[in-house]
Design a binder for this molecule. Structure first.
Ligand code: MNH
Length: 459
């Protein structure tokens, strides 16, 4: 525990250059890419601040500061402004729950078995079923010489997978050209929550907050209706002959409102971030033929001619896994997480915090720290070779957050992503438009925008 000397005064934190009275630092931000704007400010210092209409955000960008925030004896997860607004959609579900809400521990205990090895074995064949739907679609596009929008199809595959694995619910994402209404309402709800979160912190009249909440409440109601229908369908079907996350909840003593919130939490958290990560990985692969060649050699060795390799064959794809790890390093799809002080303390020697004060920890800057070695901006899966991992200081890699509130779906995401990357690398040459420059769309999470691939069947 760091003792705080309140007699000592600390210099003010650095902030963006063109600060305007009342408005604050609005000029430093682009409305539809707040995370990327924040990343660009990281050069201000290891800990910096920005303000909007009286709202104050403190950001930890320096790797030492972010590492310090992982110390569970001093800091804990904080439900930051945008995540708090997300409670309009997700209530007290796992991701959006406050640390001390009783339903967090209760649901965490109920749901852990849904992420055990044994459960993962069940998901494995569902993941392959959905991969087949993706390759049917891509074969068709390849046959017609058409390109595919990678993020849109990655979202199809990950939503379909989590729907079936968690709740036995086929969304039918490959049955229609339209974006599924669940995705539409989710995206609008996520974007709106970001705005509501900021507005609630400002001194602007509450009218502005209520006006921004209105569409979010609308999209939330639509998501609730979809979740309620999935639950009702399961109850009509009867309990006792399914073996999934929804079943675990329905036979537990979680209340019905919480079950709905958990389902929405899982359907959102369980596909959006994996979809972005898969898309970034495919982007990097399209730029690195030498990495593709190494991956294919491994896939050929581990999978041979088998059409549907078994569960164990996924973990053996060490190099494909490194590709995914490296994609999540360079482009973490969750840009940051919030941490609050458990007691009065000083962060990184520069920022005194009272108990309960929070900061935003940036993942992107941590992931490109000099301690990653030569050229941290370059894509190089070998960084995740065991000897390189051992040679590096710990704590430089946090794509799944930190501590007891870190990602419960990590193994799920890794299994799904490695399986899909192997299927796609084996089946297609992935050809990007040489003029495409990576652009990133933000909706709380990050994903490539308008990234298209031309596909050529290899086998
Ligand atoms: Mn996921 C928490 C990133 C895939 C379900 N996830 C988190 C956090 C990060 C994160 C970061 C911590 C946020 C915070 O501290 O506020 N998650 C990811 C990434 C991927 C991902 C980068 C894919 C790649 N997550 C998944 C999948 C599922 C899932 C797949 C479900 C099947 N995640 C969650 C849940 C939480 C979470 C639930 C909240 C856990 C808790 O607080 O107990």
């Amino acid at each position: 525990m760091t003792a705080v000397d309140h007699r000592r005064s600390y210099p003010a934190l650095p902030h963006p250059g063109r600060r305007v009275p009342v408005l604050g630092d609005v000029l430093a931000f682009s409305a539809d890419s707040p995370s990327q704007s924040t990343m660009q400010l990281a050069k201000l210092g290891a800990v910096f601040e920005f303000r909007f209409f009286g709202a104050r955000y403190v950001v930890a960008a320096g790797p030492e500061a972010v590492a310090e925030l992982s110390d569970e004896s001093r800091f804990c997860k904080h439900v930051g402004p945008d995540i708090e607004a997300l409670r309009l959609l997700g209530g007290d579900g796992l991701f959006t729950a406050y640390n001390d809400e009783p339903n967090w521990q209760k649901a965490h205990d109920v749901l852990m078995p849904a992420f055990s090895q044994q459960a993962m074995r069940r998901y494995h064949s569902i993941m392959f079923d959905v991969a087949d739907e993706l390759t049917d679609r891509w074969d068709d596009r390849a046959g017609r010489g058409e390109t595919v929008d990678v993020s849109v199809d990655a979202t199809r595959v990950t939503l379909e997978t989590i729907g079936r694995c968690a709740a036995g619910h086929p969304f039918g994402c490959f049955k229609s050209e339209a974006v599924h209404p669940f995705v539409e309402h989710m995206v609008a709800g996520l974007k709106g929550s970001d705005r509501v979160g900021v507005l609630r912190q400002t001194f602007l009249p509450r009218f502005f907050v209520r006006r921004a909440e209105r569409p979010v409440r609308h999209h939330a109601a639509q998501l609730h209706a979809i979740a309620d229908e999935i639950i009702a369908a399961r109850l009509r079907d009867g309990l006792g002959h399914h073996d999934d996350l929804l079943e675990l909840m329905l036979v537990s003593d979680l209340d019905r409102a919480n079950i709905r919130y958990q389902l929405i939490n899982f359907l959102v958290a369980g596909h959006e971030t994996t979809s972005g990560a898969l898309s970034f990985a495919l982007y990097f692969l399209s730029q690195h033929p030498e990495v593709v060649a190494s991956a294919r050699a491994e896939i050929a060795e581990v999978w041979g001619d088998e059409q549907r390799p078994g569960f164990e064959h996924i973990a053996k794809l060490r190099y494909v896994r490194r590709i995914f790890d490296e994609a999540l390093r360079l482009q973490p799809t969750v840009p940051g997480y919030y941490r609050a002080a458990r007691e009065d303390t000083v962060l990184a020697g520069v920022h005194p915090m009272r108990k309960g004060d929070w900061v935003l920890a940036l993942i992107g800057t941590l992931h490109r720290d000099q301690r990653w070695g030569r050229d941290p901006d370059a894509f190089n899966p070998d960084r995740f070779a065991p000897e390189e991992v051992r040679a590096r200081p710990a704590g430089l890699y946090k794509p799944f957050g930190t501590g007891p509130r870190s990602c419960i779906g990590r193994q799920f995401a890794l299994h799904e992503a490695v399986l899909l990357l192997a299927v796609l690398l084996r089946r297609y040459d992935l050809i990007a438009d040489p003029d495409y420059e990576l652009q990133i769309a933000e909706r709380l999470t990050l994903m490539p925008r308008d990234f298209r691939l031309e596909l050529r069947r290899r086998q």
